[in-house]
Design a protein around this ligand. Structure first.
Ligand SMILES: [Zn+2]
Length: 120
């Protein structure tokens, strides 16, 4: 729904800049109407963070490698970057230090676990 609104607004904005008489065809000029439209779109959050709504941390790969592979990687990376409950002090401060090693930022205990999550 948001992506549709995004495409529609740019479809509306682009002809306004080029077709106005006396404007330089090479350089896009933001006239008052376009400026107001962009301002309204920004107010309604239509131009903000549309790109990373689904891809998350795998947005760094751009259009490469395909959606299925990136979705599988995203599931793993979300587990890997999450914070877990410490088995010693029970604070939610257990973070991944490296593959299989988990460090609690509360009591500074190091726990051996699985590579991408401390447990299943
Ligand atoms: Zn702890």
């Amino acid at each position: 729904m948001f992506a549709g609104g995004y495409n529609l607004t740019w479809f509306m904005i682009l002809p306004l800049g080029g077709s106005s008489p006396g404007s330089n065809p090479g350089i896009p000029i933001l006239n008052n109407k376009v400026y107001k439209l962009v301002k309204i779109c920004k107010y309604l959050n239509l131009l903000k963070m549309v790109k990373t709504k689904k891809v998350g941390s795998t947005g760094r790969f751009g259009s490469r490698y395909g959606l299925g592979v990136k979705q599988r990687l995203l599931a793993i990376e979300n587990k890997q970057k999450a914070t877990y409950e410490c088995p010693s002090c029970h604070k939610v401060k257990l973070k991944r230090l490296s593959s299989g090693i988990w460090l609690c930022n509360g009591c500074e205990i190091k726990v051996a676990g699985r590579a991408y999550a401390p447990w299943e």
